[in-house]
Design a binder for this molecule. Structure first.
Ligand SMILES: [Mg+2]
Length: 277
């Protein structure tokens, strides 16, 4: 496919209604110039970023807030007690990578109603803060790449809210989100999801020398292992928990030449890139 034949992408512009206009700081208005793709060029060097628990730490407890909302949703919807709701939630999460996927497949849940009750209902203001240090590091890092692309298992609105609060909304070129309106839902760590965003960003997954230049960072073990299998040249796993970090260091995927690289602070990414890229 030539560049001329690639459909023009629609840019995404998002002004977070939760941030008063006179308090807006750089990056809090989201501008993704290539929106949800496609990119207008092929086989460029791209850094793909996960968002949740990756561009902000797990210690914000947003993950816990989300888990509570999902738990309540399981309980109410399926009329379960706490124990059964927890077991089913965990079962679906492990099996599909996303609790919602299990609800849609097995219980005919309306995914967008779920999204309103869970992701969009999470109180982010006051929890996520403007992160100038991360912003500066990413801006500096970007000189080594053609594009920065977001890839999330969340739905669109949650992704935009998060990067807006963090002040990163003008750094990324585009976003691939998990389309909850599709059935079945395709999300990380499914290979189809990876293949889909690589296609959107026009990276030829079958070309090893092109894949060798691609970077991917995520906080999820199953996601980074999937990315490594797909063939990303640089896979970075952000792990805050020291015990998990120590356990993973010993695993075969985290050793040797093409290993998954562990970091315990997202701000270490800049140094890592400047050493390698
Ligand atoms: Mg994550």
């Amino acid at each position: 496919m030539t560049v001329d034949e690639i459909a023009a992408p629609t840019p995404v512009h998002y002004e977070n209604p939760e941030i008063p206009r006179d308090e807006v700081r750089p990056g809090q208005v989201v501008d993704l110039r290539f929106g949800h793709g496609p990119l207008p060029a092929t086989n460029k060097k791209i850094f793909y970023f996960d968002i949740d628990n990756c561009l902000y730490p797990r210690s914000t407890r947003i993950h816990d807030l989300m888990q509570e909302k999902i738990h309540t949703y399981f309980k109410k919807l399926l009329d379960l007690d706490d124990k059964c709701a927890h077991e089913l939630h965990m079962n679906y999460y492990k099996k599909y990578g996303l609790a919602l996927e299990g609800l849609v497949r097995n219980h005919d849940v309306d995914a967008l109603a779920y999204n309103s009750a869970v992701d969009d209902a999470i109180e982010l203001k006051g929890v996520l803060h403007y992160n100038e240090e991360l912003r500066n590091m990413l801006l500096d890092m970007k000189q080594h790449f053609d594009y920065f692309w977001l890839v999330t298992n969340a739905y669109r609105n949650h992704a935009l809210r998060v990067i807006s609060f963090l002040g990163l909304g003008d750094i990324f070129d585009g976003l691939t989100f998990c389309d909850y309106s599709q059935n079945p839902i395709i999300c990380k760590p499914m290979p189809q999801y990876f293949l889909s965003f690589l296609k959107t960003t026009h990276v030829d997954v079958d070309n090893a020398s092109v894949m060798a230049h691609q970077w991917f960072v995520d906080d999820s073990e199953i996601n980074v292992k999937a990315a490594a299998k797909i063939g990303f040249g640089h896979v970075v796993h952000y792990v805050e928990d020291p015990a998990t970090y120590a356990r993973l260091q010993k695993e075969p995927e985290y050793r040797g030449e093409n290993r998954i690289i562990l970091i315990d602070n997202i701000l270490d990414l800049g140094q890592l890139v400047s050493k390698v890229a």
